[in-house]
Design a protein. Structure first.
Lengths: 184, 122
């Protein structure tokens, strides 16, 4: 991404976490997961779309056999709600996770509403275990506790972010650094 | 005329809720959307009584999430006006140490609105 494109959009703020810092932490998480799941073959479940970049990097940082699959939920207020008043799955898993160790990969966990729904839904399918890895965590905003958030990249302040998978109107997910999103 | 409420699926109250603000209604819709059981203003906490036992101050949090055993107070007021509610939450915690309550500030609501595109206009 050319620097002038980034600077042309005033909503894209300063770097909060550089690509180097992100890569270092992702490597640590990958090693931790490899240690915890040694001898098993977990399934990384990427919750689309913002966690895609994190999932891709995390997968390559886990030096043990593992599978990868994708799920997408219709977020509240999104154009893809389609008038539904209850959450629904837009893209379901292709893999059968019965008896498998599942690691849900999230971009950010704050209220915990989405992750709670995913955990409950996946647990109905009889996995051996369900854990979650999130790039960013805002535990002080939790409405739902008792979530299996086992791997946390960074606990962050109550800001909004862009880059490294986070978008503004579907743009800038490819930015290598995580930047502050300026709304005002 | 009051706006027509949507059909709630995760509402655990007995009477139809009568929301005091659009922000409360939107938060109820979000909770319902994600299947989080909720109740609206189910309990009033006495914060202060006079010597005769008359209630001098009370507080009724907006939401109760039974599965989380958590009360949630929504406030779309300006940050400068939140002090009074903050004080009430502190008093509630002091008088009822076993009660979990979370205050959602204007800033929290704006974050939710940005994330979930809520209509917070009032």
């Amino acid at each position: 991404m050319p620097a002038d494109v980034v600077h042309a959009d005033a909503r894209i703020g300063e770097i909060y976490l550089s690509a180097t810092e992100l890569a270092r932490r992702v490597r640590e998480l990958g090693a931790e997961i490899a240690h915890d799941y040694d001898g098993r073959e977990p399934v990384l479940v990427c919750s689309l779309k913002a966690s895609l970049v994190f999932t891709a990097d995390l997968s390559r940082a886990i030096p043990i056999l593992h599978a990868m699959d994708f799920v997408e939920l219709a977020g509240y207020g999104s154009s893809r709600m389609g008038g539904h008043q209850q959450i629904r799955v837009l893209k379901d898993l292709d893999l059968d996770v019965r008896g498998r160790d599942v690691i849900i990969v999230e971009d950010v966990v704050d209220t915990g509403l989405t992750l709670n729904y995913l955990v409950r839904t996946l647990e109905l399918r009889g996995p051996a275990s369900v854990a979650a890895a999130t790039l960013l965590d805002r535990p002080y905003r939790r409405l739902v506790d008792d979530l299996p958030v086992r791997y946390v990249g960074f606990t962050v302040p109550d800001e909004l972010y862009v880059g490294y998978g986070f978008d503004i109107d579907e743009r800038y997910r490819e930015l290598p650094d995580l930047r502050i999103l300026n709304l005002s | 005329m009051e706006p027509l409420l949507p059909e709630f699926h995760a509402y655990r109250g007995s009477e139809p809720p009568r929301f005091a603000s659009p922000a409360e209604l939107e938060c109820a819709k979000v909770l319902d959307y994600y299947g989080i059981a909720w109740d609206y203003e189910p309990r009033t906490f006495v914060l202060e009584q006079d010597e005769a036992g008359r209630v001098q101050e009370a507080f009724t949090p907006d939401f109760y999430l039974p599965e989380q055993d958590l009360y949630v107070e929504i406030t779309a007021m300006k940050q400068s006006l939140v002090t009074r509610k903050n004080r009430k939450v502190r008093k509630l915690r002091a008088r009822y140490p076993g009660v979990k309550i979370k205050l959602f500030y204007r800033r929290d609501l704006e974050r939710l609105a940005q994330h979930f595109h809520l209509d917070l206009a009032s």
